[in-house]
Design a protein around this ligand. Structure first.
Ligand SMILES: Nc1ncnc2c1ncn2[C@@H]1O[C@H](COP(=O)(O)OP(=O)(O)OP(=O)(O)O)[C@@H](O)[C@H]1O
Length: 810
């Protein structure tokens, strides 16, 4: 073959061009071309004219053309034979020989277009590296598998025999599945190894596609078979049913869908809802009894028919009456009731004037009651409903992570349900109830969407008149619903939601308030539950005070109510057993005999040696947790210089902010400790361990700064921290005491725990206005600006003259 390719490689050739529009000829291929095609005729004529009497066959350049643009490389072809094609037309047999890079146009005999070109030199390493032989084997394996699928057995042998990398790659030119563009790319890839790689890739992709196509075709076929079978079976089933009905003398009608139609027509539905419902009835009538769709439609229709579309309660309240209801149902809470009354007054005035609810951000459309458990948030919500004369529903949001919980599942979802809001309206049986979104701070979000975003839509007066539940799919007008929310902690309410709410804080009760609540509300309720008359058992104030102070320690009154219940059950049982005469008045002294020993003895009432602050290194702090204010103890110890780890160790489930304030406390003492006559050398050489007992409760916030500093200073100086002192405040690196939050809750907690002296930051002094006077009267509150003042107040004078024994951590 080499002898036939005229012109040595690299030298310019002048050749007539044969443009190819929808095929590509690669070297090694032999193709018949139709001489009736003027392009073919012109090129072949020119080639023959140029060849004349010279030796060798007429030569031309086969150049693919895509959208009128020529490829940059053509193939030198020789005219092997001119004669008749299989169909009888005149034709020429052309053999592709080698790649030619196309240069400038030139002239030559005949009407054809002439160009100059350079033959492409191909180099293949000899011997072939392993990778290339592997490539050859892979290509041949793929090609064989494809050819076998098409039954082209003879070709398999021919392909198997090609050893030349270049020829093997070009053999792909025969592949019918390649596009013209793909073939042009093969043509333009001059390097034979790269070309074979490309050809292998194309072949592999095609085989993979074919596999997928085959499996789809198979699935479709099977699906069709199944549908046909099902259809036939259904027809038979219907026929059998009909026979049976006739046998029993029944009429042959489908009562059920008729029933839905009449129900929908009879129901008081808004027009658009009726339309949607009738459409579903149509679908129901068309679907067969057994299809799952029928089931979905029936449940959906039931839901729609059960919704109180046309039910509303008439608001009947004057503001005085509303306030009276609030007062009657809850003791104390003067400022909270005032806020609620204001809210109701504004709502009522706007309603009377035909204005809507105040909307938008910070619009206060939603009242949020924030505070620790058991302070009456839920029951206040209920009172708001009573006060307005509306229905009340509670929607528990704790732990809701799925948007569908709020907005419903799409109907096609297995076991789909409407969301909680729609369910609440259904439960309320009116379109304008009071809906309490309980524990809105416990709404989370994850991959199942963002329930907070859905709530936002529910709460936004600009959007909620057209609330769309995914299940219901018809719009629901929520604009007349009064939404209230409750939360334990403000921090975990999603920002966007917080923005729409008007906050009302309930910080917890003093002991006096608890006694009143118990006397007026909890005891009467529990008496009734225990089947006792108000004239039969009386709880003296001393008993109530004992229950609130020593048997329970909480911000709210939930455990107090439980304790009252326990006490009354006991009395009821004793009476039934004939052990107790009624009427009976329970006093504080009788509590122990009735319900056992108290659980909460104040630290100050403990034996001095058993108090937690009996050893240096323990200080009492004040904190706010999800359960309200609380006292917490901070313990510090120094590691053994020989064996203990250096650096700072923190334990007790501390958050990042708290860890940072521990670092600050330590840094402060390292740099300023000497001024305070503390042996700070120990801090440099020995590891420090700070621990917050009650390790299972996560804690965070900067307000334990003063407590940690005090615990460390106590440890170093060997001076105990005074048992009656508790403290709160952030500390800066220079020892300044910075303001913190939750003063009221913390002071209430300090008082509950029997603390008498409290240290707070000076800049929190204004917060003392919120603290009930009776509490302030019992506490000695010291506002401070510098941590040195805290140490002075809190550290007891050194007791022994001997050098303090610094405790060593194991
Ligand atoms: N000021 C009060 N006057 C009368 N009863 C009260 C008062 N505060 C709370 N209660 C009663 O205490 C009980 C607990 O209140 P409730 O369940 O409303 O607490 P909560 O703040 O909603 O708690 P949680 O955050 O755990 O839901 C209720 O029975 C409620 O009636």
């Amino acid at each position: 073959m080499a002898t036939e390719s005229a012109g040595s490689k690299g030298t310019p050739l002048a050749l007539p061009v044969l443009p190819l529009d929808d095929e590509v000829v690669l070297p090694g291929m032999v193709v018949p071309l139709d001489l009736n095609d003027p392009d073919v005729r012109t090129a072949v004529d020119a080639a023959q004219a140029a060849a004349g009497s010279a030796p060798g066959k007429p030569r031309l350049l086969l150049v693919p053309r895509i959208d009128g643009a020529y490829a940059s490389t053509g193939v030198l072809g020789t005219v092997e034979q001119v004669g008749r094609l299989a169909d009888g037309d005149p034709g020429a047999l052309i053999r592709g020989r080698s790649r030619v890079r196309i240069g400038a146009g030139t002239t030559g005999p005949g009407a054809a277009l002439w160009v100059e070109g350079t033959e492409v030199t191909e180099t293949v390493p000899d011997p072939l590296p392993g990778a290339i032989t592997e490539l050859i084997t892979e290509y041949k394996a793929l090609a064989t598998s494809w050819l076998r699928k098409r039954g082209a057995w003879q070709v398999v042998d021919r392909v198997q025999q090609i050893e030349d990398v270049s020829l093997l790659a070009d053999n792909s030119g025969y592949s019918p599945f390649l596009t013209v563009q793909q073939k042009v790319t093969l043509l333009e890839t001059a390097d034979p190894v790269a070309r074979l790689k490309l050809a292998t890739e194309q072949l592999r992709e095609h085989l993979a596609e074919q596999d997928v196509a085959e499996s789809i075709a198979k699935d479709v076929q099977e699906g069709v078979d199944k549908q046909q079978r099902e259809f036939l079976l259904r027809r038979q089933l219907e026929a059998v049913r009909k026979e049976l009905r006739e046998l029993n003398g029944e009429k042959g009608t489908d009562d059920e869908s008729d029933d839905y139609r009449t129900r929908v027509e009879a129901a008081d539905l808004p027009e658009r809802v009726r339309e949607a419902a009738l459409k579903e009835v149509d679908k129901l009538e068309r679907s067969s009894d057994q299809s799952p769709e029928g089931g979905w439609i029936r449940t959906w229709l039931d839901t729609v028919l059960e919704l109180p579309w046309d039910e509303r309660t008439e608001d009947q309240y004057d503001i005085q009456g509303a306030r009276a209801v609030l007062d009657a149902e809850h003791a104390g809470l003067a400022d909270v009731k005032e806020r609620i009354t204001e809210y109701l007054a504004v709502r009522k005035r706007r309603a009377d004037r035909g204005l809507g609810v105040v909307g938008g951000r910070r619009g206060g459309a939603v009242l949020a009651l924030v505070g620790p458990p058991g302070v009456g948030k839920t029951s206040l919500g209920e009172s708001v409903a009573h006060a307005m004369g509306r229905k009340f529903v509670r929607v528990a949001l704790g732990g809701v992570r799925d948007e569908a919980e709020i907005r419903g599942h799409r109907r096609t979802y297995v076991g789909a349900l409407p969301g909680r809001i729609v369910r609440a309206i259904k439960e309320a049986g009116s379109m304008n109830p009071v809906v309490l979104l309980d524990e809105i701070d416990k709404v989370g979000s994850d991959f199942r969407g963002d329930p907070a975003a859905a709530l936002l839509e529910v709460l936004d007066p600009a959007q909620n008149h057209t609330f769309r539940d995914h299940y219901l799919e018809v719009e629901l007008d929520l604009s007349d619903v009064v939404f209230l929310a409750t939360a334990n902690v403000l921090e975990s309410i999603p920002e966007a939601l917080l923005d729409r709410m008007e906050l009302v804080r309930l910080d917890g009760y003093t002991e006096d308030e608890k006694v009143v609540i118990a006397r007026d509300h909890l005891v009467p309720r529990q008496l009734e539950r225990a089947g006792l008359g108000a004239d039969e058992v009386t709880l003296a104030e001393s008993a109530l005070r004992g229950l609130a102070g020593e048997y329970t320690r909480e911000a709210g009154v939930r455990n107090l109510e439980r304790a009252v219940a326990r006490l009354l059950r006991k009395v009821a049982a004793q009476h039934e057993l004939g052990e107790r005469e009624l009427p009976f008045t329970v006093t504080g002294d009788e509590l122990r005999a009735l319900i056992g020993r108290p659980h909460h003895v104040p630290e100050s009432a403990q034996d001095p040696a058993e108090r937690r602050t009996a050893v240096p290194g323990v200080a009492t702090g004040l904190a706010v947790t999800g359960a309200g204010g609380d006292v917490l103890y901070v313990e510090a110890s120094l590691a053994d210089p020989e064996t203990g780890a250096a650096g700072l160790t923190l334990t007790g489930q501390l958050g990042d902010v708290m860890k940072e304030s521990a670092q600050i406390a330590l840094s402060f003492l390292r740099s300023r400790g000497a001024e305070l006559e503390l042996p700070v050398g120990d801090l440099k050489d020995r590891g420090v361990h700070i621990h917050f007992p009650a390790g299972a409760v996560p804690k965070d916030g900067p307000s334990a700064g003063v407590t940690m500093t005090t615990a460390l200073a106590s440890l170093l100086s060997g001076r105990q921290v005074r048992t009656d002192v508790a403290m709160t405040g952030e500390v800066s690196l220079t020892g300044r005491v910075l303001p913190i939050g939750g003063v009221k809750q913390k002071l209430l907690a300090a008082h509950r725990a029997g603390v008498t002296t409290v240290v707070i930051p000076k800049r929190n002094e204004a917060d003392l206005d919120d603290v009930p006077a009776e509490i302030l009267a019992k506490l000695d509150v010291h506002p401070v600006t510098d941590v040195r003042q805290v140490l002075e107040l809190a550290l007891a004078p050194a007791t022994s003259t001997a050098a303090p024994e610094v405790p060593v951590a194991a």
